[in-house]
Design a protein around this ligand. Sequence first.
Ligand code: NAD
Ligand code: MG
Length: 394
Amino acid sequence: MRSISIFGATGSIGEQTVDLLLRAGGARTHRVVALTGGRNLARLAEMARLLRAEIAVCADPRDLRELRERLAGSGVEAAAGPEALLEAADRPADWVMSAIVGAAGLAPGFRALRHGGTLALANKESLVTAGPLLMAEAARQRARILPVDSEHSAIFQALVGEDIAAVERIILTASGGALRDWPIERLAAATVAEALAHPNWTMGLRITIDSASMFNKALEVIETREFFGVAPDQIEVIIHPESLIHSMVGYRDGAIMAHMGAPDMRHSIGYALNWPERAALPVARLDLARIGQLTFRAPDLQRYPALRLAREVMARRGLAGAAFNAAKEVALDHFLAGGIGFMDMGCVVEATLEVLDPELGRENDRMTLEDVQAVDHLARQRAGEVARRQAGER
Ligand code: NAD
Ligand code: MG
């Protein structure tokens, strides 16, 4: 029986993973080791009972008592807090889903590589903040990382049986997010609710806003660079409003392999879950005649400063990714709280990278998890200062 752990089980990716797992037989066909969640204790406990998990872990130690009560009589252990997350990651499992949102997902995923199984990586922040470290650790432990981000799953699938040396370019598709068709001068006044109205994908709150600002695509460009090891100038971004092509790989003979499917994350979660096989998945089938046409347009860098900043981060590598991601998370917090405007997020990240510039010069092969966490911490402080200044000026 295959053993499985899910980090971030109560989130958007986590729920869809649980859905596929239940359809595949749940506890009858899998041994579920750890399930973790943030604050939704009712759902975490419900899942843990349903899947007969060994342990359920919530994010905040103050919630431990309630989690214990909710699990009373179930035989599921309860634990809480960042240390407990790491201990849960130490429990061997053949397949581990890394779907905590943000930088908090790095340490548990990194730790789970130690037992050399498969890490299904939804937490793109891990690769953005610590790509060289994560890939080296996976190689050292003979663990396998499978991408779950839809674009990277698409690229991974378009590379099957091919030689990476024959790849000329990788083309990431982007929906353009909720504000794609707004006139650029209106963007500064966009509200959280407006940025949340994503046209195609249903996702967690944070990634939905990041889609509208294209910070999500910026993270994904860096994720592509780190995961597939291609040069930054081989990575292109194109807006494809229908979100039916999930990304493409262009080869040196001019051929392009595209991965298509309904915009449903269970495509890429299911691919990672069943790899190297393909199992039947409960996703909609495309009716191409009805769809009629696919459209594309180039992204405007004025509108999406995040894409320009991603190029700067890739040019630096080292700890720049950790600073970029942390500043982005803080900027997003301030936007969500109403302190800064939609377009201010890019300004906060750019100013943070400038202030921190002297701190970021670490060789890729010399960086440690502690360096990454230190820069993350520093960038959060600096970005907070910049954001508060920005808020004061509004
Ligand atoms: P989400 O907000 O819906 O869920 C996040 C999960 O992490 C929840 O279980 C939450 O309780 C938990 N969590 C949050 N903060 C935590 C903390 N500090 N400590 C421990 N647990 C914490 O997010 P999501 O949309 O499912 O995204 C998860 C990851 O997958 C992100 O890295 C995201 O970029 C990536 N991803 C998501 C999608 C999508 O469609 N949702 C697509 C591609 C990639
Ligand atoms: Mg994606």
